[in-house]
Design a protein around this ligand. Structure first.
Ligand code: AMP
Ligand code: MG
Length: 360
């Protein structure tokens, strides 16, 4: 299959390419499109065969549900069977925006879209191209991130093409996305709201609107017996091809440790990639070193993370050592993605022995 790539200017929401893309969606096909978080791979959410095509193109496990995207708040009732007060309040506060809500599903949403669950994930994206595509298609659009399953999510149309060229008919190229990590997912089907995936909208932002919100236990640990409630969170995810280890500790300690590890790898003829920050990057001796940005600008770090993971892959490194990011504000989401990319392999100073220990 030939994959057509059309460039869409942000202010040109009436571009003819969007009309063509809307037709592809209406006819049960797939279109990759920009959102404010990452690129999505869209299909008609109410057409089971169309939803199945998403799993096939991505190589995604069929128990990992898709997020249903709407273009106006009133359409929430087309996807969700019940709309609790908290959902209405959160939609009012954060939509359009990077917040996905888990609700009881409407009967018209097929199990193919929800990975067999009775619940549905819904979001209204804050991106003119995404909104125009949904509106013009006349559909609700089911869309996970537009990467091959397990790979870092795409923040540029080029990343989508790397993973899906020849497998989907169309990519709408809207340039680099604004946020760079996936939406916050909050489950509103339990007694107390639970964050299943951290994102740009933080727990305290949610709490300011609806009161106490819990964090799913599966998010922060590698223990396989603690099953995350968002099925997608259990897979090795957001991951580069090379092995990756996150190194924790005081900054000078971390730089020294990563340099020692890189030297040891060089002695074995293994190529090392390093993920640092503007504050430390010039101190590294790895074969390839990328800065996530300044620690003073967590949003920039979020925007650059996936692109750097992909660039490290392109540079053909055998192993990646990364600094860690403090779990504050959007830092919590960045830290979550870093740990998942590393399969939770972390090295931290061992207070008792004065050496280092693997924590996972
Ligand atoms: P992606 O858009 O690729 O980031 O994937 C969608 C994410 O939403 C995955 O982590 C899914 O497991 C999660 N998700 C979608 N629907 C549900 C649902 N009904 N319940 C829990 N998690 C969901
Ligand atoms: Mg994804």
């Amino acid at each position: 299959m030939e994959t057509k790539i059309y460039q869409i200017k942000k202010d040109a929401a009436d571009h003819a390419a969007i009309e063509e893309a809307a037709k592809v969606i209406r006819n049960g096909g797939l279109v990759a499109f920009p959102t404010e978080t990452v690129y999505g791979l869209g299909a008609d959410a109410q057409n089971p065969q169309a939803a199945e095509k998403i799993y096939a193109a991505k190589g995604r496990p069929s128990d990992n549900p898709l997020i249903v995207h709407i273009a106006q708040k009133e359409d929430l009732s087309k996807a969700a069977g019940e709309i609790p007060k908290a959902a209405a309040l959160l939609a009012e506060a954060f939509w359009p925006g990077p917040l996905t809500m888990i609700l009881r599903k409407q009967t018209s949403i097929p199990k193919e879209t929800t990975g067999g669950l009775d619940t549905v994930a819904v979001r209204m994206p804050d991106h003119p191209t995404a909104l125009a595509l949904i509106r013009r298609s006349g559909c609700l659009i089911a869309a996970p991130s537009a990467n091959a399953s397990g790979r870092p999510s795409p923040t540029l149309a080029r990343h989508v093409a790397e993973d899906l060229n020849g497998k989907i008919p169309m990519i709408l190229d809207g340039g680099e996305v604004g946020i760079g990590i996936e939406s916050t997912i909050v489950d509103l089907t339990e007694k107390e709201p639970v964050i299943l995936r951290p994102g740009y909208i933080t727990g305290s932002m949610l709490e300011a609107v609806i009161g106490p919100v819990k964090l799913d236990a599966g998010i922060l640990c590698a223990d396989a017996s603690v099953r995350p409630k968002a099925p997608g969170m259990k897979y090795r995810h957001y991951a580069p091809r090379a092995e990756m280890i996150v190194v924790e500790g005081r900054m000078e300690q971390v730089v020294e440790k990563i340099n020692a590890l890189a030297d040891a790898m060089r002695a074995q003829n293994r190529k090392t990639g390093i993920i640092g920050t503007d504050e430390t990057i010039s101190s590294y001796r790895g074969d390839v070193a990328f800065s996530l940005g300044s620690r003073a600008d967590a949003e920039e770090i979020a925007r650059r993370l996936y692109r750097i993971l992909r660039e490290l892959d392109e540079s053909g490194v055998d192993i990646i050592y990364s600094e860690s990011i403090a779990a504050q504000g959007i830092g919590q989401a960045v830290r979550n993605r870093l740990l998942k990319a590393a399969g939770y392999q972390t090295l931290a100073p061992d207070e008792n022995s004065g050496g280092w220990k693997i924590v996972s």
